[in-house]
Design a protein around this ligand. Structure first.
Ligand SMILES: *[C@@H]1O[C@H](CO)[C@@H](O)[C@H](O)[C@H]1NC(C)=O
Ligand SMILES: *[C@@H]1O[C@H](CO)[C@@H](O)[C@H](O)[C@H]1NC(C)=O
Ligand SMILES: *[C@@H]1O[C@H](CO)[C@@H](O)[C@H](O)[C@H]1NC(C)=O
Ligand SMILES: *[C@@H]1O[C@H](CO)[C@@H](O)[C@H](O)[C@H]1NC(C)=O
Length: 517
């Protein structure tokens, strides 16, 4: 049984190898009072309870945990069995973007203010679900395999022994080391995430989280060495799921978005469109990604001067503010979280490049995975903030309509209905049975940051098996929204600010966000 008072948040970080190193200079000290638990299968969890030290989740009676899960690479992946668990795994995208972005900037129990204090978030998603924010793959955020001490070049991510004038952060630190030659794919990353969930759920009772009924039954019957996991619901917020389908919409969104913004002129528009259809054989993976992104996506930045994650904003977008970077580099916060490394970037450049090298972004057709998930009866909610450029809804909507699964015809024929929360219309939704496409107005990439109330309500309805439009009734297998075939709502033009007084660019924020409920 879940009660709000017992709903917990946990941030898990990965560390396949733990290296103890002595405290010196400005290096973070080893945290005190770290608790360790070991699973029967040899996976180790080291954790602390930051809320008890007044960090982030300070609501009385609400538990929060942060810590490391050490992967054992020989651990087998457990079998799949039907089970449902009211636990939400939140993963930011990138690849390489840390899920603590989601925690501190989007939907976690707290955000960080300018004076580097944490402030409770009244629209936190742990109002309705246990939340697990996982920093993955290894190398992202506080997650590490090996660590390095020195000065980090803020652009290249490399750590050097001495500060380099101009480009290097003035203070030294201990950083997660990522092999710059690594190769990575979504499939490899998914295996790691699976392992973490196994370890985490095996240890949940020990972590004193209110038990998940069915999981507990299985544990106590002693029948299972692992935990049968089943995805009950999948939410994807501003995701690029299939580059082949979605990439052509960059020029369309840059010129024909619903804010009346012509970020590029006809010449650049024609160039971007032509670049997508460059004839001939596609070159090797890395080059294909470079062409897709360089010529089709990026001219908008060069010529439009508008935000990567919000077309209403300048390229150096002040939203969301990045106070969490400095917040997480304070010795007492590091100790409360149980970490001894510095946090310097939202997104690991080496991790991102590892995916780029394999062409994961352009070659893998994730649309087919989504079709399989839909045919397995999982509730799938696609949510798009309609001001985001990098993963824009112009591409997301055709993706939703291109999916081939048992109810695709019915979904395609469903019309758009207003998405209402407390008498206010926040967007429009097309929904048939368990599948929905929700466009949220006036929201950039990190939708819960821009529309916190609407996002929490969408999350609550999706988790609670309610219809998305107004949450007034339970979803049925043949429920369908009624209305127009297209969502045509427009907003007033937003001019760029005349001075460029905006704060640091969030150019390393996530490329897509995904949550598995
Ligand atoms: C690393 O953390 C320590 C606090 O433990 C801090 O003094 C130092 O400035 C941080 N270094 C960087 C590069 O953020
Ligand atoms: C990993 O787990 C296996 C199986 O439980 C165990 O035999 C092995 O010793 C473990 N390896 C490490 C490095 O912990
Ligand atoms: C960095 O700047 C300082 C002072 O301006 C100068 O003395 C030093 O030689 C510079 N170091 C490098 C590597 O350029
Ligand atoms: C379109 O924009 C580009 C880049 O700013 C510029 O070079 C070109 O002259 C423009 N074309 C027209 C027709 O305005």
């Amino acid at each position: 049984m879940l009660t709000i008072a017992k709903i917990a948040t946990a941030a898990a970080l990965l560390s396949p190898l733990a290296y103890a190193s002595p405290t010196k200079r400005q290096l973070p000290a080893d945290p005190e009072g770290v608790k360790t638990i070991k699973s029967p299968n040899g996976v180790e969890i080291r954790y602390k309870e930051p809320g008890k030290a007044g960090v982030c989740e300070t609501t009385p009676g609400v538990d929060s945990y942060s810590g490391y899960v050490s992967l054992n690479e020989t651990t087998n992946i457990a079998r799949e069995n039907p089970d449902t668990a009211p636990l939400t795994l939140w993963l930011n995208g990138g690849p390489g973007s840390d899920s603590l972005i989601g925690l501190f900037q989007e939907l976690g129990p707290c955000s960080v203010t300018e004076d580097l204090k944490s402030k409770l978030n009244p629209y936190a998603w742990n109002e309705v679900s246990n939340m697990l924010f996982l920093s993955q793959p290894v190398g992202v955020g506080f997650s590490y395999g090996k660590t390095q001490e020195g000065y980090q070049n803020e652009y290249s991510g490399r750590v050097v022994d001495h500060p380099i004038n101009g480009t290097t952060a003035p203070t030294e630190g201990r950083f997660s080391y990522v092999n710059p030659d690594r190769f990575d794919t979504t499939d490899i990353s998914a295996v790691g995430t699976w392992e973490i969930l196994q370890a985490f759920l095996t240890n949940l009772p020990k972590l004193d989280v209110q038990p998940l009924d069915r999981v507990n039954e299985l544990i106590s019957s002693g029948d299972l060495p692992g935990i049968p996991l089943q995805m009950d619901t999948l939410g994807i917020i501003n995701g690029v799921i299939d580059s082949l389908i979605q990439t052509p919409y960059y020029p369309e969104f840059a010129r024909f978005n619903t804010y009346g913004i012509k970020a590029i002129n006809q010449t650049i528009y024609d160039f971007m469109k032509t670049a997508y259809y460059i004839p001939g054989r596609l070159p090797v993976c890395e080059t294909a990604t470079t062409i897709c992104r360089g010529f089709v996506e990026e001219p908008y930045y060069t010529y439009g001067g508008r935000g990567v994650y919000d077309i209403r904003h300048p390229y150096n977008d002040p939203t969301p503010p990045d106070y969490m970077l400095d917040y997480l580099n304070q010795a007492e916060i590091q100790n409360a979280l149980g970490v001894n490394i510095n946090y310097t970037s939202f997104s690991s450049p080496f991790v991102g490049r590892g995916f780029q090298k394999t062409g994961d972004f352009v070659y893998r057709r994730f649309i087919h995975d989504l079709e399989r998930i839909l045919n397995n009866g999982v509730r799938v909610a696609l949510i798009y903030g309609d001001a985001d450029y990098i993963c824009n809804w112009f591409g997301g909507e055709p993706l939703s309509l291109a999916l081939k699964y048992e109810n695709s015809k019915e979904f395609q024929q469903a019309g758009y209905e207003p998405f209402m929360v407390d008498g206010t219309q926040y967007g429009e939704v097309r929904e048939y049975g368990k599948f929905s496409f929700l466009r949220i107005y006036e929201a950039g990439h990190e939708v819960p940051y821009y529309q916190p109330e609407a996002s929490l309500e969408a999350f609550r309805r999706v988790l609670g098996n309610l219809i998305l439009s107004d949450g007034s009734e339970a979803i049925t297998p043949d429920y369908e929204t009624e209305g127009t075939a297209e969502t045509t709502h427009t907003e007033a033009f937003v001019p760029l600010p005349s001075s460029s007084s905006s704060a640091a660019a969030s150019a390393s924020a996530p490329v897509s966000s995904a949550a598995v409920f």
